[in-house]
Each structure stands twice: as C-alpha cells, then as structure tokens.
Design a protein around this ligand. Sequence first.
Ligand code: 1OR
Ligand code: 1OR
Length: 274
Amino acid sequence: MSQVLDAMFEKSVEGGEHVIDQGDDGDNFYVIDWGTYDIYVKCEGVGRCVGTYDNRGSFGELALMYNTPRAATIIATSPGAVWGLDRVTFRRIIVKNNAKKRRMYESFIESLPFLKSLELSERLKVVDVIGTKIYKDGEQIIAQGDMADCFFIIESGEVKITMKRKGKQDVDENEAVEITRYTRGQYFGELALVTNKPRAASAFALGTVKCLASSCRIPSIGFLFFVLDSVMDVQAFERLLGPCMEIMKRNIANYEEQLVALFGTNMDIADPSA
Ligand code: 1OR
Ligand code: 1OR
C-alpha cells in the first residue's frame, strides 16, 4: 500500500482535456479524485460516447495490464483531478497480484456455467478485476433499494435473497420474504447493473460466505481498494461480461415469472427496454 501511495501523483484536469487518447501507448493508470469524464470509443473512425465517470472510478488499466494501445479516449467534461500511477509501478504491483489471482481462481472461473460464452482469455480478465470478500453469518451483503456498483460470485457458503413487497419498501427486513438461496458458483447482484436500477432485493450471508466481488467502495479510500484488490465496477462489468449478458437477461426473465407467482405483480424489476 505504501509503495502505491508513494508512487501516486496528483494531476489537475481542465474541462475538455483529453486525459487519454485511444490508440496511444499506455503511460499511467488513473484514479478519479473528482470531476466528470466521458469515455469515447472509435467505431469505423467515428468516436462514440459509450459511458461516463461521475466523480469516482478509475481508468487506464487495460493498456498497462495487457500491453495494448489505449482502448478508449477519456475526456474531462468538467475541471477535476486524478491520481496517476506510473506504468512500471502499476505493472510491478498489479500484474504480479493478478498472476497470483489467476493461479488461485482459474479453475473456479472455468467451472462457472454463466461465463461459458466467454473465451478463456476473457474469463481470465474477469479474474483480474475481482477481489475476495468474506461475510459473517447474518451479515447483509446487499440492501434492497440501494444503488449498485458491484456484482458477486459465490466461492463458498450460502446466500439468502429476500424481498420486500411492493409499496412496503419501508418495512423492517424481518418482514421481507425469502425468495431464493444461492451457493458456490452462482452469482447475484447483476440485475441492478444490467437494468441500471436500485437493488431489487437484499442478500444476507448464511454462515460464513466468501464471494468474488468488486470491493463495495468506501469513497475516501476506494481508490486503494482498486489498486490493491481491484474492483469490478459498472464499466468493467459491461465491458467484460457483455458476451454473457444474454444468459443473464434470460435469467432475469425467470425472476419476473417467479415474481408474478409469488407476489402477483411484476414490480417492474427490469425495464423491458433495457
Ligand atoms: P486503457 O488503458 O485502454 C482507456 O485506456 C481506458 O478507458 C481503458 O483502459 C479503460 O480503463 C477505460 N472499452 C474500453 N475501455 C474502456 C471502456 C470500454 N470503458 C472504460 N474504459 N467500454 C465501455 C464500457 C462501458 C467498451 C466500449 C465498447
Ligand atoms: P440486484 O442487483 O437487484 C439483488 O440485487 C439481487 O438478488 C439481484 O440483483 C439478483 O441477483 C438477486 N428478483 C430480483 N432479484 C433477484 C431475484 C428475484 N432472485 C435473486 N435475485 N426473483 C426471484 C426469482 C427466484 C423474483 C422475485 C420474487
């Protein structure tokens, strides 16, 4: 941690400034301190805005991790500041850490049915952006109604998913209905990322649970989590799991059928246009 902190430098950014240009060689990895940034990707020569960062997140890791040209252009849409980490330090720490994680998780990731539409190399990239989180018995992992920024795959233990009835969002968790349980190899927390809506249900650990997850970010030290643990944020989720989206959407259609069966309403968990 101290190596990373020592190596990081602050850089002020003006509105309109290109922090990264697509096609360039990678020099630094950046963590947003503040400011808003657009992500542009060229398609047949024309730049298209594919996403934004709003006062948090990080970018510029791909070119450094995979020795490839910059995959996108990042333009500040307001004044702001970023923390930079140079390529050499980034590679020394992150790439070494990733190699360790790949050795640990390769066979587990390969066994996950919902990732089967990804090539092996793409699956290994999923490993690069996840960290491990351990929850104690009874601990809440997801709270219904919260905004989402991460997604979970269970490595061990059991997770209970509960839901409050429509119009009763304020009631105690005790009055929530258990709707399903998940164990090793299953995932949850994808719905809010796919639909861009608040969490549709709550998740609790039953016994000790170990998840592969993005570190749910604590704003002030969030960037350290990224550097040390890696986060699977919304952008990384879309970029890496795009090919699995169809499987996830099919499963979401199942949630809706179950919802009607349980509560007699579809509660609008997924926007049909999403
Ligand atoms: P980099 O080193 O290639 C540009 O420099 C950075 O933009 C890249 O690392 C990522 O950190 C960030 N596709 C590629 N790069 C992206 C994307 C992205 N989003 C953020 N970056 N897509 C957008 C996904 C919402 C996929 C577009 C097809
Ligand atoms: P999320 O990001 O909305 C809560 O956070 C997670 O619970 C959700 O993603 C799913 O991964 C998971 N309806 C909605 N979410 C569900 C459901 C579900 N089951 C699991 N999750 N239904 C249950 C179907 C067996 C339908 C409602 C009864």
